[in-house]
Design a protein around this ligand. Sequence first.
Ligand code: FES
Length: 180
Amino acid sequence: DLPSSTQDPKTIEDNSPVYVGREEDIKKSQRMTAVVHDREVVIFFHKGEYHAMDIRCYHSGGPLHLGEIEQRPCEVCTIILILQMRKSRLIEDFDGQACIVCPWHKYKITLSTGEGLYQSINPKDPSAVPKWCSKGVKQRTHTVTVKNGHIYVTLSKASDFKCDSDFYATGKFKVIQRPS
Ligand code: FES
């Protein structure tokens, strides 16, 4: 069962859902950050779906929560906005998969699975079009639950599998940004 919205998150055990905010707020901002059982996560609201993952990029700890959420352009402005968005947007659709693009070195991570994507081309075929390929799950994702307008995050079990982003979410590289 989900905890009630009045329950103090500090009293909740690890891997239990933690209240992180209100649905109406994330629908406005398209993203929020939270500390869930001493682990910093970012939650995205993208195209009607929620996604949560470790906040620091698996590559070198870049801040995945910084950046613009993709805007759906109006028809009149589509051409101009597409040109602008190619330069500036940090969430993009790659091969049909929505990704967060890390602001530090532009690594692409799928929102739904945490897979690192890269482009591959056949060097023996000059006419070949680059294809998006997966490096596998690199960024740990977590479960988002919504109940009565309240959003909860349940951490995935770190003991189930190792993930590269664990390096920046635990140990001496962990940096928790707590509100002052
Ligand atoms: Fe994210 Fe390098 S730290 S791409």
